[in-house]
Ligand binder design. Structure first.
Ligand SMILES: Cc1cc2nc3c(=O)[nH]c(=O)nc-3n(C[C@H](O)[C@H](O)[C@H](O)COP(=O)(O)O)c2cc1C
Length: 178
């Protein structure tokens, strides 16, 4: 099925449901021009500054963080349940040590409106340009969440997230209407 343009905020609920299930790949692409997909399950779709925005949360321990810091664009790619294995792989292995494209058989394709790659097999592709970023300040976070998610004694990877607010500059997908 040919992918069609999606008018924001259509399918926002569906996209958040897919995000909650962890079937979303964030693609960052650094100075070397090589894209890398990382599984995400936390984020937000919002309307702010008169723009549609996707907010991605990336811990500084991720290889993707380096790529997000090197480039001001990223893509967010939503998948159906048949890609669960690829989500698991991209959510447990790092692009520092793996070519995730080769190992998942997913295909990076040139973005329509930005240079960062989107993913061919995704049901919906979102192309974003970072307009604001903010590193979490744990002083302002509820203690129960700190204990659960940000205790570096439990896991050294539990460092704070950086929020990347990306203006959604293109949104398209192949969706069969029920
Ligand atoms: C279901 C799922 C959701 C995840 N969500 C996030 C997220 O929102 N933010 C984040 O920084 N890491 C998240 N992760 C962890 C990264 O995907 C994981 O550490 C990955 O290996 C990092 O890849 P990279 O080093 O190539 O960037 C998630 C992992 C899984 C399995």
């Amino acid at each position: 099925m040919e992918k069609q343009k999606i008018e924001f905020p259509k399918y926002t609920t569906e996209m958040l449901e897919i995000l909650k299930k962890g079937r979303v790949l964030l693609v960052g692409q650094g100075k070397d021009g090589k894209p890398n997909p990382m599984t995400i399950a936390w984020g937000s779709i919002m309307f702010s500054w008169n723009k549609p925005i996707f907010v991605a949360m990336v811990r500084s321990s991720r290889y993707t963080y380096k790529l997000m810091e090197e480039c001001d664009t990223f893509t967010v790619n939503f998948f159906d349940e048949s890609y669960s294995e690829a989500m698991k792989f991209c959510g447990t292995k790092s692009g520092r040590d793996h070519d995730k494209w080769k190992e998942t058989n997913l295909t990076p394709v040139k973005g329509k409106s930005i240079d960062t790659a989107a993913i061919k097999e995704a049901m919906i592709n979102m192309e974003c340009k970072t307009v604001y970023k903010d590193e979490m300040n744990l002083d302002f976070l509820e203690k129960a969440i700190i204990d659960q998610k940000y205790d570096i004694n439990v896991n050294p990877e539990n460092v704070p997230h950086t929020f990347y607010f990306g203006e959604i500059v293109d949104l398209y997908g192949a969706i069969s209407e029920k």
